[in-house]
Design a protein. Sequence first.
Length: 727
Amino acid sequence: MLNTHLPTLAELEHATEFQARHLGPWDEEQQHMLSAIGVASRQALIDGIVPASIKRGNPMELPAPLTEAQALAELKAIAQQNKLMRNFIGQGYYGTLTPGVILRNILENPAWYTAYTPYQAEISQGRMEALINFQTMVTDLTGMAIANASMLDEATAAAEAMTLAARGGKSKSTRFVVCHDVFPQTLEVIQTRAKPLGITVDLVHAAQLAEHLQTNDCFAALMQYPGVNGQVRDLRPLIDALHAKGAMAIVAADLLALTLLTPPGELGADIACGTTQRFGMPMGNGGPHAAYLATKDELKRSMPGRLVGVSVDSHGDPAYRLALQTREQHIRREKATSNICTAQVLPAVVASMYAVYHGPEGLKRIALRVASYASILAEGLKAMGRQVVHTTWFDTIQVLAEDREAVLAAAVKLGINLRDASSDSVTISLDETTTRNDIIDLWTVFSGGKPLPSFAAFENGVALGLPAKLRRESAFLTHPVFNTHHSETDMLRYLRGLADKDLALDRTMIPLGSCTMKLNATSEMIPITWPEFAHIHPFAPRDQLKGYELLNEELCAWLSQATGYAGISLQPNAGSQGEYAGLLIIKAYHESKGEGHRDICLIPESAHGTNPASAQMVGMKVVVTKCDADGNVDLDDLKAKCEQHSANLAAVMITYPSTYGVFETRVTELCKLVHQHGGRVYVDGANMNALVGLAAPGQFGGDVSHLNLHKTFCIPHGGGGPGGGPV
């Protein structure tokens, strides 16, 4: 007899195990919570909370859900559209070998990737120790007095260094100098950051900086060490010239190179910044990677970002906590000097443990191998009649090539990417993954079919490209933690011991903070370490990045459906950067209409601290509006402020639902009011998780939003980063 209770074949084929396993509590648990608050169903709860005026009229147009196996198969097909090449492009991104013990026990371990921001020190001692290791690693290698717990990327770190120098120095100048051989992406971010702050950026050839300073002023200058084309310059005369003008010296330095080169602190630098990407984090088409920022002790109270300190607990034992928090946005708000309120914790932990595992001698051996290969490559090219542009290098050499296009084409044919440095030259950057066969293939690219040099001729070594007067003599990573855990067994136990001191979602729920915490599905995490995603260089030719392009197009389309907005940019790498980019968009909108004078930003007193900080960073003036007893924006006060500032109103920033968890019933009225006075509405997407599928900011009156992907979707929180903040 036929069992009428059997599911249909269609139901069996399109199983909903993913939703059942990952989207919250079971039916009985939901019913228990609903009964506790006196509501019959989830729908009744939604109907009673979400104002009818903002509810979506149409459902999101999204593809049918897939099972986890189907989704992984689709992702694998997308990944395989990327071309895996050997990348010698450099420019701040390098091949690296993530030790298996770190890959499996940190990057792929939910004990580390589901941990929350360490605002509660007592449940965060493990990752805080890892961040202390990061800070110690950075101060040791750079020779600076103090470092923060990481920044978002090198370009952002350099921009933050610029503003740190502007407020921390004694110079009254509004000019900032960038040397010509700084990474191009860093220059672009600095130019973007400088404009709203009234800072003029001068691009000057490094060799002419001292001469430039004789007739021009500046409050600071940024120098790359080594430069983008590989040259290792003695920066001491430039730093002395800057100090003579009362200006600060910022050095963007390669940490691996600093195991062999005199560190910035010993050269006299005031601030050092850079990336830790090559310490075990895959390139991943550009991120996420932990950058670093280190400085002199006297600037510590002006440093941006997070700082972990060592304290003493009630038992007299050492304990870690977040330090110097008076610098942060939640306290200083519109007086904050930076809107960055977090760190790239997960990548920073990977980088710090890479240093712990290899230790000072291991890092030095890797650096010497890279430098030796670079010198062998250079000598072989010279023997073939090629001209190497510079006489100094660490890992990167610049080669003259009038046949540049033929060289680049020959490289691609061998599965190699070089950097197109100029109309008649290319650069080649080596890294930890470089082998002898790579050197031979690189010679082949330049040979034009002629005989190659013999590698055996260089077996006994060649002179390194490092200047003798810049060879590092000082010790680094002397703390026992960097000299103890060099076997896999020791490392494994150390990592497990730290994880055991933490509370993360692999153990329990964390009812803390505005961030919506969820256990990322393992299937969502698996693809991040696939070679087709992990080992892609962000500056590889676009025809090699088809998989990433498709992924980006799909995600933008889906996020547009969720938010109701016309366009999405995936570029911002944290919520703070999304806010900043969104406000720049509003500023540019007003300028495009001939209303660039609009500079007033209204922000409710309940707003996240990053909101007023972001507004002042784009050159807006913050005016605080009141909230009522229920946490709603006080519309009477908002109306009065709109009328008072009507001629200059640029924007209002609201969080919806609010920071207090309130769905404000008059939000459409609020948006219309601001629009009537010529302003735009910025809807902070921090609580977008409460809106997806129910209401869309772009439909109820919002003009711009950012999304914190770790709160609403599936970026791992990782103890406070990596971040993602599409706008």
